[in-house]
Design a binder for this molecule. Structure first.
Ligand code: AP5
Ligand code: MG
Ligand code: ZN
Length: 217
C-alpha cells in the first residue's frame, strides 16, 4: 500500500506513522527525519537544509524531490510506503505522481490528519523526541514513563530546534499558503481521506484504519 500522510505541523503525522509501520509493515519515509539525520551527520544536504528548517521555510524542491525519488526506488519500498511530510506543495505532489507513474505504482490514499490550527502551538512546544530512536512524546499528552528518558530505548529526550513559538508561527503560515492546497490536489484525484486528528492518539489510529478500510480496535 502506498500512503501519503497530510496534516499541519504537529497534527500527528509522525506519531501515527509509528503505529502504521507496525500495522502495515511498510517503511516510514519522513523528509523531515531525513533532513534531521543529514544535519546530525554533517552532510552537504544537512548544511543546506538547516537554514530553511530553522526559519520554518520549505527546503527547495530540487533537493527534496531528489531524495524522495532515490528513497522510494529502494527495494524495501516495493510493497509500498508511508510518506510523511512529502509532498508539501502542489509541485511536489505533481513530481510524486510522475515518479509513481514511471514505476506503474500509483498511490492508494492520502490521509489528511485534521487538527484545529489553534491547538498546534501547545502540541509542538510540548513535544519531546528521543535523540537515539526518534520516538515522539509530549510532556502533557503523551509523557514518557520517566521524565527526559525514552520508553522505547532509554535514550535522552530533546526538543526540536524548530519547535519554538516563533518558528512554529512561520511553519503554520507556510502550511496554510503552500501545503494546504495539496489537500485539494488529492481530493480531485479521489484519493483524499479525512481523519479527525483532534482526539486521543489511539482513537486517531483507529480512525486511520477505518479510512483505509481496516479494523484495528
Ligand atoms: P517535519 O519534520 O515534517 O515537520 P512538520 O510537518 O512541521 O510536522 P511535525 O513533525 O512538526 O509534526 P507531526 O505531524 O509529525 O506531529 P507529531 O506526530 O510529531 O518538517 C520539518 C521541516 O523540514 C519543515 O519545516 C521544512 O523546513 C523541512 N521539510 C520537511 N519536509 C519537506 C518537504 N517535503 N519539502 C520542503 N521542506 C521540507 O506530533 C506533534 C506533538 O503532538 C507530539 O508531541 C505528539 O506527542 C503530540 N500528539 C500527536 N498526536 C496527538 C493527539 N492525537 N493528541 C494530543 N497530542 C498529540
Ligand atoms: Mg513529524
Ligand atoms: Zn528512543
Amino acid at each position: 500500500m502506498r500512503i501519503v500522510l497530510l496534516g499541519a505541523p504537529g497534527a500527528g503525522k509522525g506519531t501515527q506513522a509509528e503505529s502504521l509501520v507496525k500495522k502495515l509493515n511498510l517503511p516510514h519515509i519522513s523528509t523531515g527525519d531525513m533532513f534531521r539525520a543529514a544535519i546530525k551527520n554533517g552532510t552537504a544536504l544537512g548544511l543546506e537544509a538547516k537554514s530553511y528548517m530553522d526559519a520554518g521555510k520549505l527546503v527547495p524542491d530540487e533537493l527534496t524531490v531528489g531524495i524522495i525519488k532515490e528513497r522510494i526506488s529502494e527495494p524495501d519500498c516495493k510493497e509500498g510506503f508511508i510518506l510523511d511530510g512529502f509532498p508539501r506543495n502542489v509541485a511536489q505532489a505533481e513530481a510524486l505522481e510522475v515518479m509513481l507513474a514511471e514505476q506503474n505504482a500509483p498511490l492508494d490514499a492520502a490521509l489528511n490528519i485534521d487538527v484545529p490550527l489553534e491547538k498546534i502551538v501547545t502540541r509542538l512546544t510540548g513535544r519531546r523526541m528521543c535523540k537515539d530512536c526518534g520516538t515522539i512524546f509530549h510532556i502533557a499528552f503523551n509523557p514518557p514513563k520517566e521524565e527526559g528518558k525514552c520508553d522505547a530505548c532509554g535514550g535522552a529526550l530533546y526538543q526540536r530546534s524548530d519547535d519554538t513559538v516563533e518558528t512554529v508561527t512561520n511553519r503554520l503560515n507556510v502550511y496554510t499558503e503552500q501545503t494546504a492546497p495539496v489537500i485539494g490536489f488529492y481530493a480531485e484525484k479521489g484519493l483524499l481521506r479525512d481523519v479527525n486528528g483532534d482526539q486521543d492518539i489511539d482513537k486517531v489510529m483507529i480512525a486511520m484504519g477505518e479510512a483505509l478500510g481496516q479494523q484495528w480496535n
